[in-house]
Design a binder for this molecule. Sequence first.
Ligand code: HMG
Length: 419
Amino acid sequence: MSKHRVGIEALAVALPERYVELEDLAKARGVDPAKYTTGLGGKQMAVTDPGEDSVALAANAVGALLRATGQDPGQLGMLAVGTESGVDHAKPVASYVHGLHGLPRAMRTFDIQHACYGGTAGLMAAAEWIASGAAAGRKALVVCADVARYELLGPGEPTQGGAAVALLVSDTPDLLALDLGISGAATQHVHDFWRPSGRREALVDGHYSVKCYLEALGEAYRGWRQRALERELVRPGPTLPSEQLARLLFHVPFCKMAKKAYAHLRQVDLELAAGAPLSAEALAKESAALEAKLAGQVGSSLWLNARVGNAYTASLYLALAGLLETEASALAGQRLGLFSYGSGYCSELFSGVVGERAAARIAAAGLEELLARRERVDVAEYERLYRLAADAPEARAPRPGMFRFTGIDSEGRRQYAAG
Ligand code: HMG
């Protein structure tokens, strides 16, 4: 493991201005609302119009981060955007964000695409750049920004959403110091979810994607577990290695997925500890105790995801923000496990220790205020916004300090307005 303390110093969140209640959507679709709220575990779903594209969301999160931290842009050496909602085949979202904020010219800017995993790839690249010494005291901005969009009326519809999370990565990890060199990764070329060029909606083999997610989780966890035991971050014994993590955070395409993930991870861990598959009796005992364990190790990380929906790359980091908003003080000095999954697939399970200043840092993100500023829309309005052409945003003034996409000029160049 690296001797350097590197990780997330601060984070900020940008949310779309509107949302729909999942109960309203269920009623409009003739579905029992309990399917969306209990079956999928959601409550609300962020609604975007074309003016809130991945660039606007990313730029809004970066603006919020710079304001909350007072960070001197001159100290930044890297801007990486993880997104699967890119707006141009050549020019990255990072380039627009760099320009909108007038960031220094002497820095690297690039996008990373691997479905929901892109943001984690950016975080690891930034953290390892700093730990290697190449950053020479500079910091990195890593932004996870996405709009999750499926076909209207399809099974994926209640799992849409959107958001951006901007992470300041440095050698002063006030929020989370990463255990570099410990993570476990797993990759496989599959078609569980994809979006051919030119399509606005993802195509997905939904139930297969759940299976792929769980398989990737088991594989990535085994890698992390082996290295964490070797480096004595966790110890063998009656307490499972995964139980020695104070909290477990997952990529959250819908909240119920985190429950499935937790159950699967425990089974993998129990079987590794026993060296054999679990008996039917052991599985039944485990299943009876699951809800209480889930509430303790995962529960407090899901409330923000339940109010935003899937935000692809940003989803895991919304879970981190939600957890710290609720429990940062109690968790200071304790280790978290984080699982990032991108369809396709690439996944990584990594860990980190919550910083002593995490409570102050997360308070500055103002999550409750962000949620309170949103406007509830009905299903008819959500459908109207959904159907707007991608290059025809609503004429709506950006809020102070925020950006909106306003249209494309005759040369195909995207235009943004600042509030
Ligand atoms: P579906 O087939 O319509 O739903 O779509 P279902 O029939 O499987 O029901 C869902 C759950 O609701 C089930 O619970 C039902 O029992 C329950 P489970 O058995 O799974 O625990 N249910 C009810 N509960 C209470 N009252 C009721 C009721 N009715 C049913 N009345 C599906 C579900 C997830 C497939 C769909 O929403 C979908 O395709 N979503 C998009 C894909 C997705 O999110 N995949 C997740 C894993 S892949 C991933 O996370 C990557 C991703 O984020 C993309 C990226 O990487 O970029 C997607």
